[in-house]
Design a binder for this molecule. Structure first.
Ligand SMILES: *[C@@H]1O[C@H](CO)[C@@H](O)[C@H](O)[C@H]1NC(C)=O
Ligand SMILES: *[C@@H]1O[C@H](CO)[C@@H](O)[C@H](O)[C@H]1NC(C)=O
Ligand SMILES: *[C@@H]1O[C@H](CO)[C@@H](O)[C@H](O)[C@H]1NC(C)=O
Length: 383
């Protein structure tokens, strides 16, 4: 029988407390519980909190008042059983907020899931990964003070330092701040070297320690392609490889004239080696040329005439080895009578030519016409 047990209980109570029995009887007749018990620092959560009569088996949940926190493990509800509310004791208390988050430390696991921190509670931190305890070791503990604030934590941890990155051969490592956790270092290669790998690295957490996000790059020597061979000429002192700044010198075979730059150098553009200029060309020497119309402007005796910027292609030569069958469409041998005087001087006028001459690389040598026979002024080019 369902009623068996309460009846037995009543019999038991009957023997010991007749007055209580009377009370219970009265309640049982009504079949409900009266007003809810008052719990300090808490209030009933249900909407029927104001009621004065509750049916059997009703459960009413309590919530802590503003500013109080539930004490873990303590009941926070009452149930109407046999016309009586079950017991409930104070289950709310003052508490500090959840301990502050620290950049260098985390709460020890024992405190992580808690949210009840009454006055005088002590919680302990441990250094975050990538940090280590400072010396002298300071406390990683804080206390909930009477005003419900936490004591100020000591900065008892410091960043770990990444290992020295070492040396970058043919390059440079730029340490902008330090080598501590979170720092970044930058790599660069010397001129003429190409960086292969990462251009920077971070000091980051690696397992239990800290380490660089990437290994050192390498600086690879930049090589120019083979310099082009030229017809009727050659490269002086040919090498196997040509590095940055290496200069290649061309010269023409006998009887040929060099046009363009006799020296080209290995330069680097966008990490790729290339030649500073196209290679020169070698052309067959031609018989001497003085354009027929020119002498009219230079025939005045005693004047000095400088020919316009001469490119070697327009320079005419008179060498015994030059075959007379050379293309001579532009070659004109002026009549000797057009040049009464010999004070005509021909200079090389381009900057590069003068530089070549000055630097000791003899490319062109212009003979002063003064030293030549009056009757046949000519310009010589000696290669
Ligand atoms: C109260 O709950 C008990 C156990 O669940 C049950 O036996 C009883 O019938 C309930 N009483 C009422 C009035 O619902
Ligand atoms: C409430 O907190 C105070 C301070 O920590 C403590 O002394 C007291 O026992 C707590 N009350 C309860 C009911 O736990
Ligand atoms: C290092 O890097 C900083 C910032 O990028 C720069 O200002 C500085 O010139 C660099 N130093 C060297 C030696 O490369």
């Amino acid at each position: 029988m369902k009623r068996g047990r309460p009846a037995a209980l009543r019999c038991l109570l009957l023997l010991r407390a007749p007055a209580l029995l009377l009370l219970l009887r009265a309640a049982a007749v009504q079949g409900d519980c009266g007003p809810l018990p008052v719990v300090p620092r808490a209030h009933p959560a249900s909407a029927s909190a104001g009621s004065t009569s509750f049916p059997e088996n009703t459960t009413v949940l309590y919530t802590c008042d503003q500013g109080f926190v539930k004490i873990p493990g303590k009941p926070d509800a009452v149930v109407c059983i046999s016309s009586r509310w079950t017991d409930i004791e104070e289950f709310c208390n003052r508490s500090c907020e959840v301990p502050p988050r620290l950049p260098y430390a985390i709460l020890k696991s024992a405190y992580i899931s808690k949210n009840y921190f009454p006055v005088d509670t002590v919680v302990e931190y441990e250094c975050r990964p990538g940090y280590r305890k400072k010396y002298p070791i300071q406390s990683g503990k804080i206390t909930c003070r009477d005003d419900l604030t936490w004591s100020t934590p000591a900065e008892f941890c410091e960043k770990k330092q990444c290992p020295n990155p070492g040396e970058l051969v043919n390059g440079n490592i730029n340490v902008t701040t330090d080598l501590l956790l979170g720092s970044q270092i930058f790599f660069s290669c010397d001129p003429g070297y190409r960086l292969t790998g990462e251009a920077s690295a971070f000091c980051m957490i690696k397992g239990n320690a800290v380490g660089w996000s990437s290994s050192l790059p390498t600086c690879i020597k930049i090589i120019c392609p083979e310099p082009p061979q030229i017809e009727n000429g050659r490269i002086v002192n040919e090498e196997d490889t040509y590095e940055y700044r290496h200069v290649v010198t061309y010269e023409c075979n006998k009887g040929f004239v060099l046009t363009g730059k006799s020296h080209i150098s290995c330069i680097v553009r966008d990490d790729v080696g290339e030649w500073s200029d196209p290679p020169p060309t070698c052309r067959v020497k031609s018989p001497p040329v003085i354009p027929p119309q020119k002498p009219t402007t230079t025939s005045a005796p005693g004047t000095t005439t400088t020919l316009p910027t001469q490119k070697p292609t327009t320079v005419n030569t008179a060498g015994p080895e030059v075959p007379t069958t050379q293309r001579s469409t532009t070659v004109n041998v002026p009549a000797a009578g057009n040049r009464p005087d010999t004070r005509t001087t021909i200079k090389s006028t381009t900057a590069s030519e003068e530089k070549d001459l000055a630097s000791g690389y003899r490319t062109f040598l212009y003979a002063n016409m003064r030293h030549m026979r009056t009757k046949n002024p000519m310009l010589y080019v000696i290669t």
